[in-house]
Design a protein around this ligand. Structure first.
Ligand SMILES: CC(=O)N[C@H]1[C@@H](OP(=O)(O)OP(=O)(O)OC[C@H]2O[C@@H](n3ccc(=O)[nH]c3=O)[C@H](O)[C@@H]2O)O[C@H](CO)[C@@H](O)[C@@H]1O
Ligand SMILES: C=C(OP(=O)(O)O)C(=O)O
Length: 436
């Protein structure tokens, strides 16, 4: 995709049904896990987004046979991995473009005793340290080196041995990496303070189907009994919960009646409840979320009458990836809310664009923004803006679709990194978006 901007004509109501794509952050883990076996792994519901396609390309370059079966369905066979590819300039360039590339480390270490990656890419949303990954690998017996000049992290180990590992923080990609390193280690590994997102649960389920022995999936205490080898399997990605949350925010801000199909509501944790706290009505119809057209909605207060505060935290707390969407959805509500982004320090700066559009927001510091909702009395106005990161990008797109007049959003590669054909899918609901 060569395009650079979306031109959005705001103020149109959307309506209809939309089906979420497969989960981006699950896909990045699951794709790396195909490196753990020389047998065929079939994966369904793979989202067609930039980050995922880049990772598939890297797997292919590493020698994994990639066979596309259908839209979103692929077979992978890692029976001839060329570990020397990790030394190439091409790998350095490609792997540095996405966050997910860091998760080739665990499986390559488990299978080949060596791995390296450049400093990974992903959103520039504050410091994104990787200590947890290397703390885990070194506990299992690997030696670790960081080359400051080339920005390459490398690890190697003749043998990995199961250990008790208390993670310093429940890092999502860190937990996935340590699990993948531990599944074929000798003996028992216990990971405490593990991340427990549905993504990690899905990864554990997949690995168990491949022959691993992991107990505790979905909790913060994982017990892994090492096995000799893993075999092939078939895996289907969950619907992307961040897309689901984004569509709830979109429906609310544009006053649209939308049905979000096949949501796996059982795996959404706090997500629907947080949007309901903003006053957004929704109905669960089987596994669909129905959102009626709402001109007005009123934020709740806490039981003692104090002002609402919505903060992120490691799962099962509210995911940081949806705070930008919650923030934008609160602009139209009646009431006041403090949005507290605890985990990242540069994810709220996009609010200056919302302020330019007419929103009443006070950015108190890099972590906290207070939104004084308009009760739908002061519509936003369209402006030109640049998308700083994936979720802020979609938050700005939602704001633009709800605004009076025309907006231009630049740097939409950020949005395409994580939302599949978003312009096309929203046009089908009646949105006026042009890709230029
Ligand atoms: C490819 C991928 O899957 N990316 C996701 C993954 O990134 P990623 O795995 O990189 O994020 P981590 O879970 O490692 O940490 C995210 C940030 O939160 C901080 N932190 C973490 C735990 C904690 O208890 N306290 C704390 O402050 C970390 O220091 C870091 O700054 O998880 C993040 C947190 O859900 C999401 O935003 C990213 O979309
Ligand atoms: C921050 C995100 O992605 P990444 O970790 O790939 O930068 C995200 O998905 O919101």
């Amino acid at each position: 995709m060569e395009s650079k901007a979306f031109i959005v004509e705001g103020g149109h109501k959307l309506s209809g049904e939309i089906t979420p794509q497969g989960a981006k952050n699950e896909a990045l883990q699951i794709l790396c896990a195909v490196l753990l076996t020389e047998e065929k792994v079939t994966i369904h519901n793979i989202p067609n987004i930039i980050d995922v396609m880049k990772l598939i390309e890297i797997l292919g370059d590493l020698g994994v046979k990639v066979n596309k079966l259908d839209e979103g369905s692929y077979e992978f066979t890692a029976d001839a991995v060329d570990i020397h590819y990790l030394e190439s300039d091409e790998f350095a360039q490609k792997a540095a473009k996405l966050r997910g590339s860091i998760m080739v480390l665990g499986p390559l270490l488990a299978r080949f005793g060596f791995a390296k990656v450049p400093k990974p890419g992903g959103d520039k949303i504050g410091r994104r340290r990787l200590d947890t990954h290397f703390l885990g690998f070194t506990k299992l017996g690997a030696s670790f080196n960081y080359d400051d000049r080339s920005s390459f992290y490398s690890i190697d180990a003749k043998n990995l041995e199961g250990k008790y590992i208390l993670l310093d923080e429940p890092s999502v990609t860190g937990t996935a990496n340590v699990i993948m390193a531990a599944v074929m280690a000798k003996g028992k590994t216990t990971i405490y303070n593990a991340a427990c997102e549905p993504y990690i649960k899905q990864l554990c389920r997949m690995l168990n189907r491949m022959g691993a022995n992991i107990q505790g999936a979905g909790s913060n205490l994982l017990e892994i009994e090492g096995v000799e080898r893993l075999g092939g399997t078939t895996h289907t990605m969950l619907p992307d919960m961040i897309e689901i949350g984004s569509f709830i925010g979109l429906a609310a801000m544009t006053g649209s009646e939308l049905t979000i199909k096949d949501c796996r509501i059982d795996e959404l944790g706090q997500i629907p409840g947080v949007f309901q706290k903003l006053g957004i009505q929704m109905e669960f119809r089987g596994d669909d979320i129905y959102i009626p057209a709402q001109e007005n909605y009123k934020m709740e207060r806490f039981i003692d009458g104090s002002i609402l505060n919505i903060a992120d935290g490691p799962w099962p707390m509210f995911t940081p990836d949806l705070l930008s969407i919650v923030l934008v959805a609160s602009i139209k509500a009646k009431g006041t809310v403090m949005i507290h982004q605890k985990m990242f320090e540069s994810r709220l700066f996009f609010v200056d664009k919302l302020i330019d559009m007419g929103a009443q927001i006070i950015l108190s510091d890099p972590h906290r923004a207070t939104v004084i909702g308009s009760n739908n009395e002061r519509p936003l106005r369209g402006i030109s803006m640049t998308s700083p990161d994936i979720r802020a990008g979609v938050a700005l797109l939602i704001a633009a679709l709800s605004a009076e007049g025309k907006s231009t959003i630049y740097n939409i590669e950020q949005i395409d990194r994580g939302y599949q054909f978003i312009d096309e899918r929203l046009r089908a609901l009646g949105a006026k978006i042009e890709r230029v």
